[in-house]
Design a protein around this ligand. Structure first.
Ligand code: NAD
Ligand code: AHE
Ligand code: ZN
Length: 368
């Protein structure tokens, strides 16, 4: 079939809206009509050529919601008409990682996903006879896409696509990092670095679980109002204090119980660790750093009890947890609507990247 898609032909170039060719689903795969997709900073990072796994030409996008239109042989868990959220972290429930109960990082198809192809090693997308790569196993910047069955979560058909698409990455990543990865306890002091589409969800997650002090840190002063809107109690602009770590340690009465990096900046990751409380402060890295960047700290920071952890997709097991997060949204337990600051047509998708880079948007959502 033909489908409209925003194609990343080259790094650092705007996406081009073209009609691409899409092959139907093979065994164990499903064809999904994407109804809406968010634009996450990770899409921008890959488009900017900063991703060591970045491939071109490709169809980016990994934060979508849509409807199953066709299923391949052997598919049993979804059927045409089901509403689904594509999962860049699938859940096969059979691999060593899924069975371990210790991680959400299903390994069933990770190798082919990283190579921009389906589990059989081929791509379903092409343009004028040239192969296009899939992205993070999702490619939601295409109106129709093909996904492995294990990489779709079936959701409430009443849930609106233009909001629930954000659960495909940002909401789950931020809220899940609090509830699944850090397991923030009520009464904790939390520090969140980077109040964008992810950081604000960390804030709302921290508020939801009953954190006491929620400190937001951002170099963009406009983010203060945003943070407060979702439960932030204190704001720090690193440009306005001499030593941000010392300032945060003092503000929190000895250091954060939990801190979160939602910037992808390795210097900020160090600050996030070092503002942790001596003896127990846990720092969760969510931000994705540029290829070649490394983190550093004095080992003494760890010797004295601070803990460095990472979180991918908020530690969520996609097919199990995503439908639950959709229900949290439907019941008003978490908010999404106010964070979607811009709704765009596919033709205007590049504007969404500009709005992100200028700090004007929290989330831009493309509605097909
Ligand atoms: P965003 O652009 O919406 O937000 C980033 C925020 O960080 C902005 O508010 C910006 O002003 C702030 N910032 C930048 N430099 C800073 C600094 N030095 N100190 C303090 N604040 C600073 O991006 P996003 O969509 O929220 O994504 C945030 C990061 O999380 C990105 O690196 C993204 O790739 C990553 N991410 C990771 C996962 C995961 O599963 N681990 C999932 C989604 C996104
Ligand atoms: N490809 C990059 C790493 C990118 C990365 O860390 N991705 C996160 C999700 S970001 C969503 O916005 C993730 O889930 N990682 C786990 C995984 O298996 O990719 C690199 O550095 O090579
Ligand atoms: Zn993302």
């Amino acid at each position: 079939m033909k489908t409209r898609a925003a194609v990343a032909f080259e790094a650092k170039k705007p996406l081009e809206i073209v009609e691409v060719d899409l092959e139907g689903p093979k065994d164990g795969e499903v064809l999904v009509e994407i109804m809406a997709t968010g634009i996450c900073h990770t899409d921008a990072y890959t488009l900017d050529g900063l991703d060591s796994e970045g491939l071109f030409p490709s169809i980016l996008g990994h934060e979508g919601a849509g409807v199953v239109r066709e299923v391949g042989k052997g598919v049993t868990s979804v059927k045409p008409g089901d509403h689904v959220i594509p999962l860049y972290t699938p859940e096969c429930r059979q691999c060593k990682s899924c069975l371990s109960g210790k991680t959400n990082l299903c390994t069933a198809i990770r190798a082919t996903q990283g190579k921009g192809v389906m589990p059989d090693g081929t791509s379903r997308f092409s343009y004028k006879g040239q192969k296009l790569h899939h992205y993070m196993g999702c490619s939601t910047f295409s109106n129709f896409t093909v996904l492995p069955e294990i990489a779709v979560a079936k959701i409430d058909p009443e849930a609106p696509f233009d909001k629930t698409c954000y659960i495909g990455c940002g909401v789950t990543t931020g809220v899940g990092a609090v509830t699944n990865t850090a397991k923030v306890t009520p009464g904790s002091n939390v520090v969140v670095f980077g109040l964008g589409g992810i950081g604000l969800n960390v804030i709302q997650g921290a508020k939801m679980v009953g954190a006491d002090m929620i400190v937001g840190v951002d170099i963009n002063p406009a983010k203060e109002e945003w943070g407060r809107r979702f439960g932030m109690t204190h704001f720090v602009n690193p440009k306005e204090v001499k030593d941000v770590v010392a300032h945060l340690v003092e503000l929190t009465g000895g250091g954060a119980d939990y801190s979160f990096d939602c910037t992808g900046n390795t210097d900020v990751m160090r600050q996030a660790l070092e503002c942790g409380h001596r003896g127990w402060g846990e720092s969760i890295i969510i931000g994705v750093a540029e290829a070649g960047k490394e983190i550093a700290t004095r080992p003494f920071q760890l010797v004295t009890g601070r803990v460095w952890k990472g979180s991918a997709f908020g530690g969520a097991r996609g097919r199990t947890d995503v439908p639950k997060i959709v229900e949290w949204y439907m019941k008003g337990k978490i908010e999404i609507d106010p964070m979607i600051t811009h709704v765009l047509k596919l033709e205007d998708i590049n504007k969404g990247f500009d709005l992100m880079h200028s700090g004007e948007s929290i989330r831009s959502v493309v509605v097909y």
